[in-house]
Design a protein around this ligand. Structure first.
Ligand code: ADP
Ligand code: MG
Length: 562
């Protein structure tokens, strides 16, 4: 079930408020609330997906806050800030994008009555900043470390984190299948920071469970010429030559000018061309490589030449794939075939060309440096596989973060409730109106468990009361919403885990965004866009003027005819 959304329906340019002062702050807050309302229902395992279609006829189904916000094309200047924090959360930690938007909007919503009552925004901002710092300190304090565990234990713990991320996605039903796969992929690339070392290849067709992980590189068979079928399709321990040159017979007749005195010399020119290409091919063969890959074209002559010598070749390999083959097999991409020494050749245990669904894949497995992994994704519709890819990306990021920072917090709103309780307690020690503001901040944090309940169809008030009571009792720090029964449960024991960095980053970014929006009391269009509009208006006026002249002209003709 996905609700329909049309891009660009919220807050178009015409609606931009140009008021000042209190009214402007309130109007910005309303805009942000409207934005948050569009992603609100996607939060959590029972969250709904959004189907977004654009005017080019493309459709996207997504549950990812950042993706939805990006596609909505929001034009309201203040609400854009929320889009930016969702994006930054996505690139910084990869998950928690809906969370960050909801938190920011809720902080603002709590601030609205105070602003309306005439509280100066800076009093609010100051209290919010303090509360934000305290909240982050508390999250750090509550985080549980997974350091010092054995590899097997660590693997299962990381899989739990991946499963929590995946549970809110379209492929949530298959999280048990994908979570270990994601963990294996991330562990395969080790400490390397380059995300593109994990390739995700999408092959429509089959079921999700036909997806598989290649410990190495896999890419779709490239375009090939006649002779290709005679090449062997499987090698054990082959040497691999990676090139960035064309292996094609270049006919120079169009772009070279040669003066011949004797027609017999013509043959020598033709021969020279053949000699150049044969020389290149010969050098490739002599290098001892059994597999030749090139980023540029490998023509029919070369294909046949290699086929006759039991060598496999593939031309027009995508840059990204070639780089991954280089990283995995330990080879170096060559820009010339002169002097191909053994060191620049890569190697792997098994190379194979395999049929996956309708496509043929070149698969390199058992690679020595082993620093790559490829997930081949299967599934029905295109939109489905694309959303699956985005979801896996979230899970991959989460596992990497968890691996790096190795602290986790209980999910399902447990951490939010605990921090909220702590802030409320802290507020009591503050004298003056700041007490109210810190309290509001604490209340805003409860939006996460409340929304989880709302999206699952539970009675939010009831569940929240139970949670407040449990947390207040002092022993229920890990209790969050139980998405299965509609009650409350120990999230840590149920393995609903999130890396601490997701929450820390979300609270930080949401607080900053809320403070930023609160501090804006006037929107001024820059003079350039103003004058551009002025021009447009003037030309519209001119058009009307011409229209007037034309009308007069017709009138004139009418006069003459009479
Ligand atoms: P985001 O874009 O912010 O990551 P999600 O839709 O992924 O939003 O939802 C994340 C929220 O769902 C987190 O607060 C997480 O704790 C919660 N969550 C995930 N899995 C479960 C579960 N099995 N039970 C309860 N809460 C869960
Ligand atoms: Mg998520």
């Amino acid at each position: 079930m996905a609700s329909m959304l049309q891009p660009q329906i919220i807050l178009l340019k015409e609606g931009t408020d140009t008021s000042q002062g209190k009214a402007q702050v309130v109007s910005n807050i309303n805009a942000c609330t409207a934005v948050a309302d569009t992603v609100r229902t996607t939060l959590g395992p029972c969250g709904m997906d959004k189907l977004i279609h654009d005017d080019k006829g493309g459709t996207t189904i997504s549950n990812d806050g950042a993706t939805i916000m990006r596609l909505l094309d929001i034009v309201h200047p203040a609400a854009k800030i929320l889009v930016d924090i969702a994006k930054s959360q996505d690139s910084e930690v990869g998950d928690g994008t809906t969370t960050v938007v909801l938190l920011a909007a809720e902080f603002l919503k709590e601030a609205k009555p105070y602003i309306e009552d005439g509280v100066h925004p800076h009093s609010l901002i100051r209290s919010y900043r303090t509360a934000g710092h305290l909240a982050i300190e508390k999250v750090k304090e509550l985080a549980v470390s997974i350091e010092g565990k054995s590899l097997e234990e660590k693997k299962s713990l990381l899989a739990k984190c991946a499963a929590t991320t995946l549970s809110s996605k379209l492929i949530g039903g298959e999280k048990e299948f994908f979570a270990p796969m994601v963990v294996d992929a991330v562990l395969a690339i080790g400490n390397d920071d380059r995300l593109n070392l994990i390739g995700i290849k999408k092959v429509p067709g089959g079921t999700m469970r036909d997806s598989f992980l290649v410990n190495g590189v896999a890419f779709k068979k490239t375009f090939s010429y006649a002779g290709f079928e005679q090449q062997p399709k499987k090698f054990l321990n082959p040497k691999i030559l990676l090139l960035n040159i064309e292996l094609e017979l270049k006919s120079e007749k169009e772009n070279a000018e040669i003066r011949l005195s004797d027609p017999m010399q013509y043959q020598s020119i033709v021969d020279a061309e053949w000699n150049i290409i044969y020389d290149k091919l010969d050098k490739c063969v002599k290098s001892g490589a059994k597999i030749v890959l090139s980023r540029l074209a490998i023509g029919d002559l070369a294909t046949q030449y290699f086929a006759d010598r039991d060598i496999f070749c593939a031309g027009r390999v995508a840059e990204e794939d070639l780089q991954r083959v280089a990283a995995a097999t330990g080879g170096t991409v060559q820009t010339s075939v002169n002097n191909v020494v053994d060191e620049v050749l890569g190697s792997c245990e098994v190379f194979e060309e395999k049929q996956v669904g309708n496509e043929r894949f070149n698969i390199f497995s058992g690679c020595p440096s082993g620093q790559t992994a490829t997930i081949v994704l299967r599934g029905g519709a295109d939109q489905f596989i694309e959303e699956a890819e985005r979801s896996l990306h979230d899970a991959i990021m989460i596992v990497r973060r968890a691996l790096k920072n190795s602290t986790v917090v209980p999910g399902g709103g447990a951490i939010d409730m605990e921090v909220s309780k702590y802030l409320r307690q802290h507020a009591r020690t503050i004298a003056g109106k700041s007490q109210f503001f810190v309290n509001s901040f604490a209340k805003a944090l409860e939006v996460i468990p409340r929304q989880l309940c709302d999206n699952a169809g539970f009675d939010a008030t009831d569940v929240l009361n139970k949670l407040r009571q449990k947390h207040a009792s002092g022993e229920g720090a890990n209790y969050g919403v139980d998405i299965l029964t509609g009650g409350i449960a120990d999230s840590l024991a149920n393995f609903v885990w999130e890396p601490a960095v997701v929450k820390i980053n979300a609270i930080n970014a949401a607080t900053e965004a809320a403070c930023l929006i609160l501090s804006v009391d006037e929107t001024v269009k820059n003079p350039k866009s103003e004058s551009a509009q002025g021009d447009a208006a003037a030309s519209a006026m001119g058009g009307r003027g011409r229209g007037g002249a034309a009308m007069r002209g017709r009138g004139g003709r009418g006069m003459r005819r009479r």
